[in-house]
Design a protein around this ligand. Structure first.
Ligand code: GLN
Length: 252
């Protein structure tokens, strides 16, 4: 049983702008999965006007956004918060970045109008928008989850025009079984760089992949407390049903 004084602090960046397809559900999943185990959770909503104090946070979350919303936050993300975010990435802080938030961790995003958004360049990857949106349910397989002895299948929903290409030193989060993934060409989905986890999967992602949520919680608690916590097993029937429906509807 985890001691009652264990805390978990989450930073939700731009919650009012990067908020596509219920990505806030990832924050709720992390919060509840901690609280059900007696871990108290603080959530810091940090928008354009809020002070960013990364040393207070155990996990930083960036959700998805349309091209327009991405352009609205770009200057603040890169010029105001960028140096601190890159420091945190290199120091091994845990991040979860979904779709648009994922794209902006890379070098640039060339959108459909041909506008090149110079992004954070925190992770060696780049994104180029295509004319056909990549939309649908996704089923993929994570070697990392398999190596940790948990269900390696990750499921979600994607809707993006961006095609993301990983550079040197960046691993994919998973390999596609069904769906488009990063670009519909190389069979890869998402990215993993140090403790930064990126995916195109909305859904939202963590409620449908509780094993992934628990890995992020464990990684963040290890970073903060320097010890591997054994998390109590939870009843995940709802998640299992949602996963089953996605996997079977793709006739996998
Ligand atoms: N605007 C980006 C794209 O279309 C990201 C979309 C999203 O976050 N769902 O690729």
């Amino acid at each position: 049983m985890i001691k009652s004084d264990i805390k978990f602090s989450i930073c939700h960046l731009y919650p009012d702008l990067l908020n596509l397809y219920g990505d806030r559900g990832n924050i709720l999943a992390l919060k509840k999965r901690c609280e059900w185990r007696g871990i108290s959770v603080e959530i810091h909503n940090v928008g354009l006007d809020r002070k960013f104090e990364p040393d207070l946070y155990d996990l930083i979350f960036l959700g998805g956004g349309q091209d327009f919303e991405q352009s609205l936050i770009l200057r603040d993300l890169v010029d105001v918060k960028g140096d601190e975010i890159k420091r945190c990435v290199e120091e091994g802080k845990v991040f979860l970045c979904i779709c648009g938030g994922y794209q902006m961790m890379g070098e640039y995003y060339l959108d459909q109008s041909g506008t090149k958004m110079e992004c954070l360049n925190a992770i060696p990857l780049h994104t180029i928008a295509g004319d056909k949106r990549l939309i649908g349910n996704v089923v993929c397989h994570s070697e990392e989850l398999k190596s940790k002895g948990v269900d390696p299948v990750l499921v979600g929903f994607e809707n993006h025009s961006g095609r993301t290409y990983l550079g040197e030193g960046v691993a994919p989060l998973a390999k596609i079984i069904s769906g488009f993934g990063n670009n519909g060409e190389d069979g890869l989905e998402g990215a993993r760089y140090k403790n930064v986890y990126c995916t195109y999967m909305h859904g939202s992602f963590l409620p449908k992949n509780p094993q992934m949520a628990d890995i992020l919680i464990k990684n963040a608690l290890y970073k903060r407390y320097g010890q591997q916590f054994k998390l109590e097993i939870l009843e995940d029937d709802f998640s299992e049903n949602a996963r089953y429906r996605i996997i079977t509807c793709k006739n996998i």
